[in-house]
Ligand binder design. Structure first.
Ligand code: KG4
Ligand code: ZN
Length: 349
Protein backbone atom coordinates (compact mmCIF):
# COMPACT_ATOMS: atom_id res chain seq x y z
CA UNK A 1 0.00 0.00 0.00
CA UNK A 2 1.66 3.21 -1.16
CA UNK A 3 1.04 6.07 1.25
CA UNK A 4 2.10 9.67 1.60
CA UNK A 5 2.69 11.75 4.70
CA UNK A 6 1.39 15.23 3.82
CA UNK A 7 2.01 18.56 5.55
CA UNK A 8 0.05 21.83 5.23
CA UNK A 9 1.18 25.03 6.97
CA UNK A 10 0.56 27.76 4.39
CA UNK A 11 -1.60 30.00 6.60
CA UNK A 12 -3.11 29.44 10.06
CA UNK A 13 -4.00 25.75 9.97
CA UNK A 14 -1.33 23.26 10.99
CA UNK A 15 -2.23 19.92 9.48
CA UNK A 16 -0.62 16.52 8.93
CA UNK A 17 -2.27 13.61 7.13
CA UNK A 18 -1.47 10.17 5.82
CA UNK A 19 -3.29 9.31 2.59
CA UNK A 20 -3.03 6.14 0.51
CA UNK A 21 -2.95 5.75 -3.26
CA UNK A 22 -6.72 5.18 -3.34
CA UNK A 23 -7.19 8.70 -1.89
CA UNK A 24 -8.30 7.23 1.41
CA UNK A 25 -7.29 9.16 4.54
CA UNK A 26 -5.57 6.85 7.04
CA UNK A 27 -5.20 9.64 9.62
CA UNK A 28 -5.32 13.42 9.79
CA UNK A 29 -4.70 15.89 12.60
CA UNK A 30 -5.45 19.57 12.04
CA UNK A 31 -5.13 22.44 14.49
CA UNK A 32 -6.70 25.80 13.64
CA UNK A 33 -4.71 28.48 15.39
CA UNK A 34 -7.16 30.33 17.63
CA UNK A 35 -4.63 32.94 18.75
CA UNK A 36 -5.29 35.17 15.71
CA UNK A 37 -8.93 35.74 16.63
CA UNK A 38 -8.30 38.69 18.92
CA UNK A 39 -6.29 40.46 16.19
CA UNK A 40 -9.10 40.13 13.62
CA UNK A 41 -6.71 38.48 11.13
CA UNK A 42 -3.67 36.23 10.88
CA UNK A 43 -0.45 37.64 12.38
CA UNK A 44 2.29 36.07 10.21
CA UNK A 45 5.01 35.81 12.91
CA UNK A 46 2.58 34.31 15.42
CA UNK A 47 1.42 31.79 12.80
CA UNK A 48 4.98 30.69 11.97
CA UNK A 49 5.89 30.24 15.65
CA UNK A 50 2.74 28.26 16.32
CA UNK A 51 3.38 25.96 13.31
CA UNK A 52 6.87 25.42 14.72
CA UNK A 53 5.42 24.29 18.07
CA UNK A 54 2.53 22.24 16.71
CA UNK A 55 4.02 20.45 13.73
CA UNK A 56 6.21 17.89 15.58
CA UNK A 57 3.27 17.06 17.89
CA UNK A 58 0.77 16.62 15.06
CA UNK A 59 3.31 14.60 13.09
CA UNK A 60 3.67 12.07 15.96
CA UNK A 61 -0.07 11.99 16.61
CA UNK A 62 -0.92 11.33 12.95
CA UNK A 63 1.55 8.44 12.65
CA UNK A 64 0.16 6.97 15.88
CA UNK A 65 -3.43 7.26 14.70
CA UNK A 66 -2.59 5.51 11.44
CA UNK A 67 -0.62 2.86 13.35
CA UNK A 68 2.39 3.46 11.11
CA UNK A 69 6.07 4.27 11.55
CA UNK A 70 8.19 6.41 9.22
CA UNK A 71 9.80 3.46 7.37
CA UNK A 72 6.30 2.44 6.25
CA UNK A 73 5.66 5.86 4.66
CA UNK A 74 6.55 5.89 0.96
CA UNK A 75 7.02 9.60 0.39
CA UNK A 76 6.40 13.07 1.80
CA UNK A 77 4.35 15.93 0.33
CA UNK A 78 4.31 19.52 1.52
CA UNK A 79 2.65 22.77 0.47
CA UNK A 80 5.51 24.99 -0.67
CA UNK A 81 3.41 27.96 -1.86
CA UNK A 82 1.63 30.29 -2.20
CA UNK A 83 1.06 31.47 1.37
CA UNK A 84 2.71 33.20 4.32
CA UNK A 85 6.43 32.82 3.81
CA UNK A 86 7.29 32.10 7.47
CA UNK A 87 4.53 29.51 7.77
CA UNK A 88 5.55 27.83 4.51
CA UNK A 89 9.20 27.73 5.61
CA UNK A 90 8.35 25.91 8.83
CA UNK A 91 6.41 23.19 6.98
CA UNK A 92 8.90 22.89 4.14
CA UNK A 93 11.94 22.72 6.46
CA UNK A 94 10.27 20.03 8.57
CA UNK A 95 9.40 18.05 5.42
CA UNK A 96 12.94 18.41 4.03
CA UNK A 97 14.42 17.19 7.32
CA UNK A 98 12.13 14.16 7.36
CA UNK A 99 12.83 13.37 3.70
CA UNK A 100 16.57 13.53 4.27
CA UNK A 101 16.61 11.64 7.57
CA UNK A 102 14.41 8.79 6.31
CA UNK A 103 15.59 8.81 2.67
CA UNK A 104 12.08 9.48 1.33
CA UNK A 105 11.10 11.29 -1.88
CA UNK A 106 9.69 14.78 -1.32
CA UNK A 107 6.98 16.39 -3.49
CA UNK A 108 6.23 20.15 -3.28
CA UNK A 109 2.58 21.06 -3.85
CA UNK A 110 0.88 24.30 -4.96
CA UNK A 111 -1.79 25.24 -2.41
CA UNK A 112 -4.52 25.78 -5.03
CA UNK A 113 -3.67 22.54 -6.78
CA UNK A 114 -4.27 20.91 -3.38
CA UNK A 115 -7.67 22.63 -3.01
CA UNK A 116 -8.70 21.28 -6.43
CA UNK A 117 -7.47 17.78 -5.51
CA UNK A 118 -9.64 17.89 -2.36
CA UNK A 119 -12.55 16.58 -4.47
CA UNK A 120 -10.62 13.34 -4.99
CA UNK A 121 -11.08 12.66 -1.27
CA UNK A 122 -14.84 12.43 -1.98
CA UNK A 123 -14.19 9.95 -4.77
CA UNK A 124 -11.02 9.49 -6.79
CA UNK A 125 -12.39 9.84 -10.32
CA UNK A 126 -14.45 12.63 -11.88
CA UNK A 127 -15.52 13.30 -15.42
CA UNK A 128 -13.80 15.98 -17.48
CA UNK A 129 -13.96 18.68 -18.66
CA UNK A 130 -14.58 20.24 -15.27
CA UNK A 131 -14.97 23.76 -13.95
CA UNK A 132 -13.45 24.54 -10.55
CA UNK A 133 -14.33 27.48 -8.33
CA UNK A 134 -11.61 28.07 -5.75
CA UNK A 135 -12.95 30.45 -3.10
CA UNK A 136 -10.71 30.97 -0.10
CA UNK A 137 -9.19 33.60 2.17
CA UNK A 138 -6.51 34.51 -0.34
CA UNK A 139 -7.91 33.46 -3.73
CA UNK A 140 -11.01 33.58 -5.90
CA UNK A 141 -10.36 31.67 -9.13
CA UNK A 142 -12.34 29.96 -11.85
CA UNK A 143 -10.34 27.17 -13.44
CA UNK A 144 -11.28 25.12 -16.50
CA UNK A 145 -9.79 21.63 -16.38
CA UNK A 146 -9.51 19.17 -19.26
CA UNK A 147 -7.74 16.71 -16.92
CA UNK A 148 -6.27 16.86 -13.40
CA UNK A 149 -3.02 18.29 -14.71
CA UNK A 150 -4.16 20.30 -17.73
CA UNK A 151 -6.06 23.44 -16.84
CA UNK A 152 -6.53 27.14 -17.54
CA UNK A 153 -7.41 29.95 -15.12
CA UNK A 154 -10.35 31.74 -16.78
CA UNK A 155 -11.10 34.32 -14.07
CA UNK A 156 -9.75 35.60 -10.79
CA UNK A 157 -10.33 38.44 -8.39
CA UNK A 158 -9.00 41.84 -9.33
CA UNK A 159 -8.72 42.93 -5.70
CA UNK A 160 -9.86 41.17 -2.50
CA UNK A 161 -10.61 37.46 -2.31
CA UNK A 162 -14.13 36.53 -1.21
CA UNK A 163 -12.90 35.02 2.08
CA UNK A 164 -10.97 38.22 2.75
CA UNK A 165 -14.22 40.21 2.25
CA UNK A 166 -15.94 38.00 4.85
CA UNK A 167 -13.02 38.39 7.25
CA UNK A 168 -12.75 42.17 6.81
CA UNK A 169 -16.50 42.69 7.19
CA UNK A 170 -16.49 40.68 10.43
CA UNK A 171 -13.51 42.70 11.62
CA UNK A 172 -15.28 46.03 10.92
CA UNK A 173 -18.15 44.84 13.09
CA UNK A 174 -15.76 43.43 15.72
CA UNK A 175 -17.23 39.97 15.37
CA UNK A 176 -13.96 37.97 15.48
CA UNK A 177 -11.82 35.92 13.09
CA UNK A 178 -12.26 34.05 10.79
CA UNK A 179 -15.25 36.05 9.66
CA UNK A 180 -16.70 33.51 7.21
CA UNK A 181 -18.13 30.97 9.65
CA UNK A 182 -19.32 33.75 12.01
CA UNK A 183 -21.18 35.65 9.25
CA UNK A 184 -22.55 32.38 7.87
CA UNK A 185 -24.03 31.53 11.29
CA UNK A 186 -25.38 35.01 12.10
CA UNK A 187 -26.86 35.50 8.61
CA UNK A 188 -29.41 32.79 9.28
CA UNK A 189 -31.14 35.26 11.62
CA UNK A 190 -31.03 38.18 9.17
CA UNK A 191 -33.01 39.36 6.15
CA UNK A 192 -30.78 38.98 3.04
CA UNK A 193 -32.92 41.46 1.05
CA UNK A 194 -33.00 44.29 3.58
CA UNK A 195 -29.95 46.09 2.17
CA UNK A 196 -29.23 46.00 -1.54
CA UNK A 197 -25.63 45.59 -2.65
CA UNK A 198 -24.84 45.30 -6.36
CA UNK A 199 -22.93 42.45 -7.99
CA UNK A 200 -20.19 44.20 -10.02
CA UNK A 201 -19.73 43.55 -13.72
CA UNK A 202 -16.44 44.02 -15.51
CA UNK A 203 -16.49 46.56 -18.34
CA UNK A 204 -14.45 44.27 -20.59
CA UNK A 205 -16.96 41.43 -20.12
CA UNK A 206 -14.36 39.27 -18.42
CA UNK A 207 -15.57 36.94 -15.71
CA UNK A 208 -13.15 38.32 -13.13
CA UNK A 209 -14.31 38.93 -9.57
CA UNK A 210 -14.13 42.04 -7.41
CA UNK A 211 -14.87 42.24 -3.70
CA UNK A 212 -13.35 45.50 -2.50
CA UNK A 213 -16.43 47.52 -3.56
CA UNK A 214 -18.73 45.35 -1.44
CA UNK A 215 -16.46 45.73 1.56
CA UNK A 216 -16.35 49.51 1.07
CA UNK A 217 -20.18 49.68 0.79
CA UNK A 218 -20.45 47.95 4.17
CA UNK A 219 -17.91 50.37 5.63
CA UNK A 220 -19.92 53.37 4.36
CA UNK A 221 -23.09 52.04 5.95
CA UNK A 222 -21.31 51.59 9.27
CA UNK A 223 -19.97 55.14 9.10
CA UNK A 224 -23.29 56.67 8.08
CA UNK A 225 -25.44 54.95 10.69
CA UNK A 226 -23.20 53.73 13.50
CA UNK A 227 -26.13 53.72 15.94
CA UNK A 228 -27.92 50.97 13.94
CA UNK A 229 -25.10 48.49 14.06
CA UNK A 230 -24.69 48.17 17.82
CA UNK A 231 -23.88 46.17 19.89
CA UNK A 232 -20.88 44.69 18.15
CA UNK A 233 -20.63 41.48 20.16
CA UNK A 234 -21.15 38.19 18.40
CA UNK A 235 -23.55 36.95 21.05
CA UNK A 236 -26.23 39.55 20.51
CA UNK A 237 -25.91 41.76 17.44
CA UNK A 238 -28.81 44.11 16.64
CA UNK A 239 -31.39 43.04 14.04
CA UNK A 240 -29.97 45.73 11.73
CA UNK A 241 -26.53 44.11 12.01
CA UNK A 242 -27.97 40.66 11.31
CA UNK A 243 -29.76 42.03 8.25
CA UNK A 244 -26.59 43.75 7.09
CA UNK A 245 -24.58 40.54 7.43
CA UNK A 246 -27.20 38.48 5.59
CA UNK A 247 -27.40 41.09 2.80
CA UNK A 248 -23.61 41.16 2.52
CA UNK A 249 -23.44 37.36 2.33
CA UNK A 250 -26.23 37.24 -0.25
CA UNK A 251 -24.36 39.64 -2.54
CA UNK A 252 -20.94 38.03 -1.98
CA UNK A 253 -22.27 34.56 -2.84
CA UNK A 254 -24.41 35.85 -5.71
CA UNK A 255 -21.29 37.15 -7.42
CA UNK A 256 -19.83 33.61 -7.39
CA UNK A 257 -23.09 32.18 -8.77
CA UNK A 258 -23.29 34.88 -11.45
CA UNK A 259 -19.75 34.07 -12.69
CA UNK A 260 -20.39 30.33 -12.50
CA UNK A 261 -23.57 30.64 -14.56
CA UNK A 262 -21.88 32.78 -17.20
CA UNK A 263 -18.93 30.37 -17.42
CA UNK A 264 -21.19 27.34 -17.71
CA UNK A 265 -23.11 29.04 -20.50
CA UNK A 266 -19.98 29.26 -22.68
CA UNK A 267 -18.07 26.18 -21.51
CA UNK A 268 -19.55 22.71 -21.70
CA UNK A 269 -18.37 20.73 -18.71
CA UNK A 270 -19.40 17.54 -16.96
CA UNK A 271 -18.32 18.31 -13.41
CA UNK A 272 -18.30 21.36 -11.16
CA UNK A 273 -15.81 21.53 -8.26
CA UNK A 274 -16.39 24.08 -5.49
CA UNK A 275 -13.40 24.15 -3.15
CA UNK A 276 -11.51 26.34 -0.64
CA UNK A 277 -12.56 27.68 2.77
CA UNK A 278 -15.58 29.62 1.46
CA UNK A 279 -16.99 26.39 -0.03
CA UNK A 280 -17.99 25.69 3.60
CA UNK A 281 -20.56 28.50 3.33
CA UNK A 282 -24.10 27.17 3.75
CA UNK A 283 -25.72 29.64 1.32
CA UNK A 284 -23.13 28.89 -1.38
CA UNK A 285 -23.58 25.14 -0.89
CA UNK A 286 -27.34 25.51 -1.30
CA UNK A 287 -27.04 27.71 -4.40
CA UNK A 288 -24.53 25.46 -6.20
CA UNK A 289 -26.81 22.47 -5.56
CA UNK A 290 -29.52 24.33 -7.52
CA UNK A 291 -27.06 25.33 -10.21
CA UNK A 292 -25.77 21.81 -10.92
CA UNK A 293 -29.33 20.56 -11.12
CA UNK A 294 -30.22 23.06 -13.84
CA UNK A 295 -26.98 22.43 -15.78
CA UNK A 296 -27.07 18.68 -15.16
CA UNK A 297 -23.56 18.46 -13.70
CA UNK A 298 -21.79 16.30 -11.16
CA UNK A 299 -20.94 18.40 -8.10
CA UNK A 300 -17.66 17.96 -6.24
CA UNK A 301 -17.86 19.92 -2.99
CA UNK A 302 -15.85 18.51 -0.08
CA UNK A 303 -17.18 18.11 3.46
CA UNK A 304 -16.67 21.29 5.54
CA UNK A 305 -13.49 19.96 7.18
CA UNK A 306 -11.87 19.51 3.75
CA UNK A 307 -12.92 22.93 2.41
CA UNK A 308 -10.70 24.85 4.83
CA UNK A 309 -6.96 24.14 4.74
CA UNK A 310 -6.02 20.54 5.49
CA UNK A 311 -3.14 18.18 4.74
CA UNK A 312 -5.24 15.38 3.21
CA UNK A 313 -5.82 17.51 0.09
CA UNK A 314 -2.04 17.98 -0.20
CA UNK A 315 -1.66 14.18 -0.16
CA UNK A 316 -4.39 13.90 -2.82
CA UNK A 317 -2.59 16.44 -5.02
CA UNK A 318 0.69 14.57 -4.58
CA UNK A 319 -0.80 11.28 -5.82
CA UNK A 320 -2.32 13.15 -8.74
CA UNK A 321 1.11 14.55 -9.60
CA UNK A 322 2.90 11.21 -9.20
CA UNK A 323 0.46 9.53 -11.53
CA UNK A 324 1.81 11.75 -14.32
CA UNK A 325 5.44 11.73 -13.20
CA UNK A 326 6.30 8.50 -11.36
CA UNK A 327 9.97 9.52 -11.38
CA UNK A 328 9.11 11.89 -8.52
CA UNK A 329 8.99 8.81 -6.32
CA UNK A 330 12.75 8.53 -5.96
CA UNK A 331 14.92 10.00 -3.24
CA UNK A 332 16.77 12.82 -4.91
CA UNK A 333 19.02 14.86 -2.62
CA UNK A 334 19.53 17.95 -4.88
CA UNK A 335 15.78 18.26 -5.54
CA UNK A 336 15.03 18.12 -1.84
CA UNK A 337 17.63 20.67 -0.75
CA UNK A 338 16.85 22.98 -3.69
CA UNK A 339 13.09 23.15 -3.13
CA UNK A 340 11.97 26.67 -2.23
CA UNK A 341 8.99 28.15 -0.44
CA UNK A 342 7.14 30.70 -2.62
CA UNK A 343 4.91 33.34 -1.06
CA UNK A 344 3.39 34.24 -4.45
CA UNK A 345 3.00 31.63 -7.16
CA UNK A 346 0.38 31.93 -9.94
CA UNK A 347 -1.51 28.65 -10.44
CA UNK A 348 -0.97 28.64 -14.19
CA UNK A 349 2.74 29.48 -14.17
O1 KG4 B 1 -8.91 27.80 2.19
P1 KG4 B 1 -8.81 28.49 3.50
O2 KG4 B 1 -8.86 27.65 4.75
O3 KG4 B 1 -7.47 29.30 3.58
C1 KG4 B 1 -6.94 29.96 2.47
O4 KG4 B 1 -6.36 29.27 1.60
O5 KG4 B 1 -7.15 31.19 2.42
O6 KG4 B 1 -9.94 29.61 3.53
C2 KG4 B 1 -10.11 30.41 4.66
C3 KG4 B 1 -11.22 31.39 4.36
C4 KG4 B 1 -11.37 32.47 5.42
O7 KG4 B 1 -11.44 33.71 4.76
C5 KG4 B 1 -12.68 32.12 6.09
O8 KG4 B 1 -13.37 33.25 6.60
C6 KG4 B 1 -13.44 31.47 4.96
O9 KG4 B 1 -12.49 30.69 4.30
N1 KG4 B 1 -14.55 30.62 5.43
C7 KG4 B 1 -15.86 30.88 5.16
C8 KG4 B 1 -16.61 29.89 5.85
N2 KG4 B 1 -15.73 29.05 6.49
C9 KG4 B 1 -14.47 29.52 6.21
N3 KG4 B 1 -16.44 31.84 4.44
C10 KG4 B 1 -17.78 31.86 4.36
N4 KG4 B 1 -18.57 30.96 5.00
C11 KG4 B 1 -18.04 29.97 5.76
N5 KG4 B 1 -18.83 29.08 6.37
ZN1 ZN C 1 -6.60 27.37 1.33
Amino acid sequence: MTCVLAIETSCDETSVAIVNKDYRILAQTTRTQEEHSRFGGVVPEVAARRHYELLPLLFQKTLQEAGLKMPQIDFIAVTNGPGLIGSLLVGLSFAKGLAYAFRKPLVGIHHLEAHIASVRLIRPEWEFPALALIASGGHTHLVLLSSWTSFRVIAKTRDDAIGEAFDKTAKMLELGYPGGPIIDRLSRRGDPHRYLFAVPNMRDESMDFSYSGLKTSVLHMLKQKPELFQPKTEGNPSQDTLDLLASFQECAVEQLIDRLKKSLMVNTVKSLFVVGGVAANSLLRQKVEDLVRSFNLELGIPGIEFCTDNAAMVGAAAFTRIHDAPSLLTFDYPTITGMDARATWPLDS
